[in-house]
Design a protein around this ligand. Structure first.
Ligand code: HEC
Length: 175
């Protein structure tokens, strides 16, 4: 990002008579991904949205089922958070869109994840419904690699809240 800012600065120096003036330099190209809120910072922000104390927000999250998806779709905060989590914690192995084109296996000898956001996945959601969603939840939360195939897919249950994991399942369904 520094490079982007400094090249914007250079462009301003070269074009000093034009619009760069007193306005802060804007980075060129796509905006950097927002850092995802996780752990205490997530619960503080979530508590704010829900009008609860952070402790009450944690207790509420602990009461969310891990086997049945919440009835309501993720609200705006959860959906934005899931997108940011996906970009910064998942996309290096799964690709920004869930397709693996151009994504090197991480680590190189690792099994490749299934491609997400494909017609096959859409059919899985259509026919598998909440059973399919619960399977993805378990995978994201607990990893559970097949015994004979060590997988680099980390378990996220200690890092992400239950609501965040369900929001990721919804994010994957929307890819
Ligand atoms: C270090 C690489 C890596 C990271 C980071 C990673 N994954 Fe994975 N993931 C994998 C691999 C490899 C598999 C396939 C092997 C397996 O199932 O364990 C996988 C499998 C999955 C599956 C199961 C897909 C299927 O076939 O049904 C889901 C869902 C998933 N990951 C979601 C996520 C989410 C959400 C994140 C971020 C919070 C994430 N992954 C981060 C490597 C990764």
């Amino acid at each position: 990002m520094n490079l982007l800012y400094s090249s914007a600065g250079l462009a301003c120096a070269a074009l000093s008579l034009l619009a760069c003036g007193g306005a802060p330099a804007q980075p060129v190209g796509p905006a950097p991904a927002a850092a995802p809120l996780v752990g205490d910072a997530y619960f503080a922000a979530r508590a704010n949205v829900l009008g609860l104390s952070p402790e009450a927000a944690r207790a509420r999250d602990a009461g969310i089922s891990e086997s049945t998806p919440p009835e309501a779709a993720p609200d705006a905060m959860l959906a934005a958070n899931a997108a940011a989590v996906w970009t910064s914690l998942c996309a290096q192995c799964h690709g920004a869109t869930g397709r693996l084109e151009g994504v090197p296996p991480t680590p190189p000898e690792a099994p490749r994840p299934r491609e997400l956001g494909t017609t096959g996945m859409a059919m899985g959601f259509f026919f598998g419904g909440d059973k399919m969603r619960a399977g993805l939840y378990r995978k994201i939360a607990y990893g559970q690699p097949p015994a004979d195939k060590p997988s680099p897919m980390p378990p996220w249950a200690g890092t992400l809240s239950r609501e965040q994991i369900w929001a990721l399942v919804a994010h994957i369904e929307g890819l």
